[in-house]
Design a protein around this ligand. Structure first.
Ligand SMILES: [Zn+2]
Length: 368
């Protein structure tokens, strides 16, 4: 299902000015739109919004509340509020627009990732293809307003796995073809929440205890007593493995991965690790993919070999074996090497091989 194809953004064309009265001040941020005050977004549901859609938004608000300092307050009485209703497409206005601003959520876009996408618009986040630096990462041949460049602050690296980036088609495609199937993800990327936290200046600076979060994690603005961890790690400091650990040797070894733990919301992940002595380079290659739903992009299932040095960024996703990218050998000096399988926990199976190269090797580094 190409759920994300239905995303349409109603661009608000009102231009912000640096008015002396401060009524609509141009702010540093992603867009020339207002942020919600006190980090609190008010919202309510129209009466005809189906209960299952309301449940999806409840999950999305819960996720955002647990990963940011933002708060979401159900109120029909609030002066400024997002009015979530059914419609025949999906769109939201950018930032706090004033009064009761519509957010349209049609059946055909009913997915957790789409709900987060639309809420992020309402919080003031633009599409990734609207970033001022997008031409470094994308070819765009589109007159659609959704693809127009906006005045963004680019507070996090461009991430092809962002839930704010559209899918690849003939009007926009990645300059790095390794990401052909990654664009259009319905997973919420780690950097998506960092973007929100940065935009709304959520942090733990005033918390008495500073946590030394490991493996790309950072102190959680929603709960400064814990770290938010990248895929594959858990524990207060993200120093514990959250998944199955395989010990690599210098010879190739093979594994078959079948089940997916029910973990996360809707798009489930089950990390695997390959461990090797510190200072080594780990190599991993997928040898078989069975039962994955393969279409133009890996939105609802796939495998991510997290070989990029930055553990926060999304590495290329694979779910199809019809190109020459899926079975490439990936190498990383990150130990452990994390592999994420996500999607419908029914049938997909994949096989992979792994080994390590001792630390004194002069391998070419295949990393960002
Ligand atoms: Zn959108």
């Amino acid at each position: 299902m190409r759920l994300i194809l239905t995303l349409v953004l109603l661009a608000v064309t009102a231009t912000c000015v640096s008015g002396e009265d401060g009524s609509r001040v141009k702010r540093q941020g992603l867009l020339d739109y207002l942020k919600w005050t006190d980090n609190t977004m008010n919202y309510f549901y129209q009466d005809d919004l189906p209960l299952e859609m309301q449940a999806m938004f409840r999950d999305a608000f819960g996720y955002l509340s647990n990963h940011t300092c933002l708060k979401f307050n159900y109120s029909k009485e609030a002066e400024n509020a997002v009015e979530i209703g059914p419609g025949d497409s999906c769109w939201a206005r950018l930032g706090m627009d004033g009064g009761h601003q519509p957010l349209s959520f049609a059946y055909k876009c009913a997915a957790f990732g789409v709900a987060v996408h639309e809420i992020m618009h309402a919080l003031g986040i633009a599409h990734s293809q609207a970033r001022t630096d997008r031409d470094d990462y994308l070819f765009v041949n589109s007159e659609d307003h959704n693809d127009g460049i906006q005045n963004t602050a680019n507070l996090v690296p461009f991430d092809y796995g962002s839930v704010m980036l559209y899918w690849r088609d003939q009007t926009r495609w990645p300059k790095d073809p390794e990401y052909n199937y990654t664009m259009g993800s319905l997973r919420v990327a780690f950097y998506d929440m960092i973007l929100l936290n940065s935009f709304y200046e959520c942090n733990c600076d005033n918390h008495p205890e500073k946590l030394d979060c490991k493996n790309g994690g950072y102190q959680n603005p929603a709960n400064c007593n814990e770290c938010l961890c990248t895929d594959g790690f858990t524990g207060q400091l993200c120093d514990q493995p959250d998944g199955t650990v395989f010990n690599a040797s210098t010879e190739w070894k093979a594994e078959i991965i079948q089940s997916i733990n029910l973990k996360g919301i809707h798009i489930n992940t089950m990390p695997q690790y390959s461990k090797a002595p510190e200072g080594s380079t780990i190599e991993v290659r997928i040898t078989k993919l069975y039962g994955f739903h393969c279409h133009d992009f890996c939105d609802n299932n796939g495998v991510e070999l997290k070989y990029k040095t930055d553990r926060r960024i999304v590495s290329p996703l694979v779910c199809c074996d019809n190109d020459n990218l899926w079975n490439k050998t990936r190498s990383s000096t990150n130990i452990p090497f994390v592999i994420v399988k996500y999607g419908d926990p029914k049938t997909p199976i994949f096989e992979f091989e792994y080994r390590y190269i001792p630390g004194n090797s002069t391998l070419v580094d295949n990393q960002v």
